[in-house]
Design a protein around this ligand. Structure first.
Ligand code: CA
Length: 223
């Protein structure tokens, strides 16, 4: 799976590139609209993540040019403003979906999976760990057939651990991906969130799935 990331903010670009690469995607990036359009036109991508406010050519112009050239690569817009006009404009110009900044990395992943699936590319949408099922698109969690109600953050946290099941996720990695791109404050917030998540998904059941890796972070797995 190859993704083109067109984003001029260096920090955001680096963060997204790192995150997507960790998820197994091959990521090419461009920092302005002209470079983005050139790459999109010359290299095959499965998906384009396109920021709206870009130097040289903005995201609207890039997608307009692409669609005029009959390039139908799915496009996910990143926009800083959540206005109806912006959304409508993007969709009218041929965007497939959009995300309003700031967003959680897990939200981006959910949109990417959804877009790639529409493009008939098989992506895992339901993650299963022991008797737990996590539906990443519908944001539903079940254990032993019981529906578990989670907040958005709890879901993001659980699905992150589930996608990386068996792998220890450090508090910093969790903080970056679930809370904020530039998270650098007290990571105690993660321990609190994990405690709440455990109360919902682990405490009522005999088999515990969330485990503490002392001094590092957390891992989700059936032991
Ligand atoms: Ca921008």
């Amino acid at each position: 799976m190859r993704i083109l990331l067109v984003e001029d903010e260096a920090k955001t670009q680096a963060f997204l590139k790192k995150g997507l690469t960790e998820q197994g995607y091959v990521v090419d990036s461009a920092a302005d609209g002209v470079e983005g359009l050139f790459l999109a036109d010359t290299v095959h991508f499965d998906l384009i993540i396109l920021d709206v406010m870009l130097p040289k050519l903005n995201g609207w112009q890039v997608i307009q040019e692409l669609r005029q050239k009959n390039k139908q690569t799915p496009v996910l817009f990143l926009t800083a403003r959540d206005s109806i006009e912006d959304r409508v404009k993007g969709l009218q110009l041929g965007a497939d979906d959009y995300l309003v900044k700031p967003f959680a990395f897990s939200e981006l992943m959910a949109r990417i999976h959804s877009l790639l699936r529409r493009g008939q590319v098989h992506q895992e949408e339901v993650l299963t760990i022991a008797d737990m099922e996590i539906d990443c698109l519908r944001h539903k969690v079940k254990r032993d057939g019981n529906i578990i109600e989670l907040t958005q953050k709890e879901f993001a946290l659980l699905s992150l651990l589930a996608r990386r099941k068996g792998e220890v996720m450090s508090r910093t990695m969790i903080a970056e991906q679930v809370w904020d791109m530039n998270f650098d404050s007290d990571t105690n917030i993660i321990d609190v969130a994990i405690r709440r998540l455990r109360q919902k998904v682990d405490n009522p059941y005999d088999t515990k799935l969330i485990h503490t890796a002392r001094g590092i972070g957390y891992v989700l797995e059936a032991r």
